[in-house]
Design a protein around this ligand. Structure first.
Ligand SMILES: Cc1cc2nc3c(=O)[nH]c(=O)nc-3n(C[C@H](O)[C@H](O)[C@H](O)COP(=O)(O)OP(=O)(O)OC[C@H]3O[C@@H](n4cnc5c(N)ncnc54)[C@H](O)[C@@H]3O)c2cc1C
Length: 376
């Protein structure tokens, strides 16, 4: 029996644990820093068919239909006048069993967590040291040790484990944007709507069938390193209000239906770590975090975890290396999306809108840009 340590019980770590549940030759333990999960949080997440296919194979399709939503289109809207430019039909990437899905992040985490036996997740974990000789010896608080054959590093973008294992770790960098998230009450339809403003964009989509919507805005903002370190700043009413009023200058968003607003700086990875060991794998944001303008972070986290298991079972790093190549391409597309969603010069906006209208109906482009990722 081989033992696997999973550091971090986020989407990637929990999904990996779920697929290990079906493997008789492996046992695992998740080390999670938090003391528990907050399943009441209402923020949303979009999952494309590539990850839905993998989730459905572990029972995700049995979630009550009222807890998920299946948008059929992405609408592109100009934020300053709320005029729709065009839309992309998402159903062309669906198959009869797997559909593009939006839901609350907490619904996904709860689904993944419920299949993890209580004794296989250790909350409040504080890993002090990891020694790597034949296997791994993990030292926790109070000098307790545990030994493992494989190490899966899935502790998110600020992965501390990466620094414990690798000498040269490049810290993620602030990508000069702040994310503003909230819950939106009202009727905004059943699709995903992207409102493109000047140096900002925001996305609205349903998270279930109960008229609850996710609101997430990405707003360009220069911040000093002191401001970035100041966690209270991002929670302060004044800062949140300034982000909303900034958005209102270039859009018609009304603040009255917005609640539970939260903001945080957006960090992205700049480089992959070169991995040359067959028993260490990085997954999810710990492997690579891209700008959130392609809504692929969670989906890629799930796909990477799946490829890690395939690599472990086959004894080669082939699947994992292929995934890294895909992630590089998604990173470029995320940057391009971000750039085009944030244009401010009217001439550039006019040209972008013309191009978007054309490309949104061009099958060859859609297949190359989205199909290759969604149908992976
Ligand atoms: C604004 C925004 C919107 C997004 N929207 C989408 C979307 O719509 N669709 C999509 O696919 N992706 C989206 N993403 C990206 C997505 O959220 C992430 O890519 C995904 O959550 C990564 O999962 P993960 O498991 O790697 O990391 P996380 O979900 O961050 O989980 C890491 C876990 O590790 C734990 N941890 C941290 N440090 C330690 C430690 N030292 N020891 C033990 N445990 C530790 C944490 O507590 C956490 O539970 C968005 C991102 C942002 C910023």
């Amino acid at each position: 029996m081989k033992k696997i340590a999973i550091i971090g019980g986020g989407i990637s770590g929990l999904y990996f644990a779920n697929i290990l549940n079906n493997q008789k030759d492996f046992e695992y333990k998740i080390f999670e820093k938090k003391d528990n999960y907050n399943f009441l949080e209402g923020y949303g997440i979009q999952l494309s068919v590539n990850s839905i296919k993998l989730l459905n194979s572990i029972g995700f399709k049995n979630l009550p239909a009222s807890e998920v939503s299946f948008p059929s289109k992405v609408n592109f809207i100009q934020a300053n006048n709320s005029k729709k430019i065009c839309d992309i039909d998402l159903t062309q990437f669906n198959d009869p069993l797997n559909r593009y899905t939006t839901l609350k992040r907490s619904t996904l985490l709860e689904f993944l967590f419920k299949n993890v036996p209580e004794n296989q997740i250790k909350f409040n974990s504080n890993i002090k040291k990891i020694e790597n000789a034949n296997g791994f010896r993990i030292t926790l608080d109070e000098n307790k040790h545990e030994e493992f054959d494989y190490l899966i590093i899935a502790d998110g973008i600020f992965s501390k484990t990466k620094s414990l294992i690798f000498n040269e770790v490049k810290n993620p960098k602030y990508n000069l944007n702040v994310a503003l998230r909230g819950k939106l009450k009202g009727d905004y339809g059943s699709d995903i709507s992207i409102y493109m403003g000047s140096n900002s964009h925001y996305v609205i989509y349903p998270v279930n069938q109960n008229n609850e919507y996710n609101f997430v805005a990405i707003i360009k903002k220069k911040l000093s390193s002191d401001e970035l370190q100041n966690h209270d700043l991002f929670k302060s009413e004044e800062f949140l209000a300034s982000l909303v009023s900034g958005l209102q200058k270039t859009s018609q968003i009304s603040s009255k239906n917005l609640s539970e607003l939260k903001s945080f700086p957006v960090y992205v990875s700049s480089k992959f770590i070169s991995l040359n060991k067959k028993n260490i794998f990085l997954s999810g944001d710990a492997l690579f975090a891209f700008p959130p303008s392609f809504a692929q972070g969670a989906s890629q986290s799930i796909e990477t975890a799946n490829d890690i298991l395939k690599s472990i079972l086959s004894g080669t790093n082939e699947f994992y290396q292929e995934r890294i190549r895909n992630i590089s391409s998604i990173n470029n597309k995320s940057k391009l999306n971000h750039f085009s969603f944030h244009l401010s010069n009217p001439i550039n906006i006019f040209i972008r809108n013309k191009i978007l209208k054309y490309l949104s109906k061009n099958e060859t482009f859609l297949e190359n840009y989205l199909g290759k990722i969604y149908r992976a």
